[in-house]
Design a protein around this ligand. Sequence first.
Ligand code: SF4
Ligand code: SF4
Length: 319
Amino acid sequence: MAELNELREAVAKVLPDVKHVIGWQRGYHAVRSSPLFIRNQEDLDKLIWDRTCYQNLASYLTSTRGERVGIIVKGCDSRSVNQLLQEQLINREDVVVIGVPCTGVISLDKIRAKFPINRVKDMQVEGDELTIATRDGEEHKLNRWDVAPDKCLACKYPNPLIFDTHVGEPIETWEPKQGLYARDEEFDQKSLDERFEFWRREMSRCIRCYACRNACPMCVCRDHCIAESRQPHYQSQEADVREKFFFQLIHAMHLAGRCTECGECERACPMDIPVLLFKTRMGKVVKDLFDYEAGVDQTAVPPLLTFQAEESNIEEKEW
Ligand code: SF4
Ligand code: SF4
């Protein structure tokens, strides 16, 4: 990981020219971070950069459109910035991008599955080993790959794909520990009935809080979202499985070819519903059909924002 001091220096240089720089600060405890809006030296002193800096801060960019802001991005987050630029949802001149190479973050959910984390006092990192001390005087040693989010296990872009300032040296891409679509492939092994039952069960737990939508950097409809619009009134507020499924499927279709697979939707879900599975499935279809990955090339036109009379990978039906 790049040095925190170097990152602070880079942010300090940008600060006079922007409304704020978005970074991370320590959250409730040593294994949690939360977003930080840096406006002055006092804020800057709170900036952290470590394996807890999981959140994709690009989700905040569209709400400050028209104002010049700075943002710190990891390689994976930089895809979202690219995709927002490709869709002209933000202006390049409004965003100062500070890129940091990332060797991987940690998943709170995966740590929580090993022991209760509400009493964490401290975390030390030594190479791949994390030592987590709790207030009860216990010490837990974890290998960071055992608690890495799936997106890190499949990471192809540890270095920022777009930046104005680069902090630290670019790092070598590691051999992915699993493919991004490993979960989809496992899911494909199920029969149609099993898949339907799987989603029926998962959707029955959804509380329709829309944290998955709100955390998504590419979800920009806001008050026009089909889940809430009254004119037209597409979706009822019934809390039944059908309505929940309806929302998730529309959400996934809306994100087809746009989802940068950052995993924020799944991280934000308080019910641990694997909603990223919908989107990686769509991402795979778009990759196969259009050879396109969202947010990788700032100059590319997203395939669903254009029209070709004949697509080379789509076999037309004989009508
Ligand atoms: S749908 Fe999920 S994974 Fe895709 S961009 Fe939005 S938050 Fe990230
Ligand atoms: S975050 Fe989870 S519980 Fe909330 S609406 Fe999305 S899937 Fe449902």
